[in-house]
Design a protein around this ligand. Structure first.
Ligand code: NAD
Length: 317
């Protein structure tokens, strides 16, 4: 018997990469639900084992998502669909808050369907402007202020509450900035890389001294699959992120150097909110699960430059 897995947001950056890897194993039957609001069907991998099914539906619409649950008997649910991206989330706060409905509907349907486990994509944004470095899952106080961070915080709270009241098991992934071939240019690495390859200006908000860590998608996906297959991090939270810290300015300079670009760096006024000064996970749990060193930023950028998918999605070949 196949293991049925629902992946919402499965046409997106992280979701489609998870689908790609899981579907290589023919014991899994994968159902993708995505409304293609920020992605396209191109990102959905071709199915080698005929074990991927795509459904265009909105997770925040009860009728649409309930229909999917009535059609299949899911063992596991990964809820990744969300409004993402700093500019998009700041310009559409009500749209962002609407995602709380999706979390509630999918948890309720998952409980009724008696699935084995619910996986939730939270974010490092729950730490807000962090009060300490690195950020630890249980001891760093959460400082969620912007709607996107508040939604993720509420989502985590829903997971814990469904466990407390209905014993619905969960794992909460607090993703830190994760990049890969399928990420859009709304995000910093693809944005800088595409600009550099076209010798166009690279724009930075503020002075560029805000620091970040960047996780290559393979490390993220490998950790999630190990958690799924070994039944780890039950009813608990895990930071999924690299701990190699770099400032946005250093990132721009290093992308210019790696690509031998003629791009100029242009500084824009700082964002009003949401551009945290520092961000770095305590990734002890992730390293223990992954059991190999994380991919360095330089290697990850080289991988993107060699990725046919990344180049073709961005019109670079
Ligand atoms: N990539 C990161 O660095 C990062 C960091 C922290 C958290 N996250 C979280 O991880 C998850 C996946 O992120 P991603 O980078 O793959 O983003 P993404 O934008 O590439 O993917 C999100 C997908 O969800 C779909 N979607 C959005 N709203 C929907 C809805 N109501 N119904 C159905 N589909 C919908 C979009 O069309 C898109 O395909 C998100 O929940 C995001 O908040 C990502």
């Amino acid at each position: 018997m196949k293991t049925n897995i629902l992946i919402t947001g499965g046409a997106g950056n992280i979701g489609s990469s998870l689908v790609r890897k899981l579907s290589a194993n023919d014991k899994y039957q994968i159902i993708i639900v995505d409304n293609l609001s920020t992605s396209s069907e191109d990102k959905i991998p071709a199915s080698v084992h005929n074990n991927i099914l795509f459904i265009n539906a909105d997770c925040n619409n009860y009728q649409e998502i309930a229909k999917v649950f009535y059609q299949f008997s899911f063992d596991y649910v990964f809820h990744f669909a969300a409004v993402v991206g700093v500019n998009r989330t700041q310009e559409n706060p009500l749209n962002v808050l609407n995602d709380i409905k999706g979390v509630e509907y999918i948890l309720e349907l998952s409980k009724t369907a008696k699935i084995k486990k619910f996986f939730y994509s939270s974010s490092s944004e729950v730490y807000g402007e962090p009060v300490e470095i690195p950020q630890k899952e249980h001891s760093t106080p959460l400082n969620s202020r912007i709607p996107y961070a508040v939604v993720k915080n509420v989502g985590e709270c829903y997971c814990r509450s469904y466990y407390q009241e209905y014993q619905l098991s969960h794992t909460i992934f607090r993703f830190f900035n994760t990049y890969g071939p399928y990420q859009t240019t709304d995000f910093v690495i693809p944005k800088f890389l595409v600009a550099a390859l076209k010798n166009e200006p690279i724009t930075i908000y503020g002075d560029g001294n805000q620091s970040r860590t960047f996780t290559y998608i393979d490390d993220n996906v490998d950790t999630m699959i190990k958690i799924l297959e070994n039944n780890l991090i039950n009813n608990d939270i895990i930071n999924i992120g690299n701990d190699e810290m770099i400032s946005v300015l250093e990132l721009a300079r290093s992308i210019i150097q790696i690509t031998k670009s003629k791009s100029q760096i242009v500084f824009l006024p700082p964002l009003k909110e949401g551009d945290m000064t520092r961000r770095m996970p305590d990734n002890t749990k992730m390293k223990t699960i992954l059991q190999h060193p994380l991919i360095t930023l330089e290697k990850g950028i080289q991988k993107l430059l060699k990725s046919k998918e990344f180049l073709s999605l961005n019109g670079l070949n």
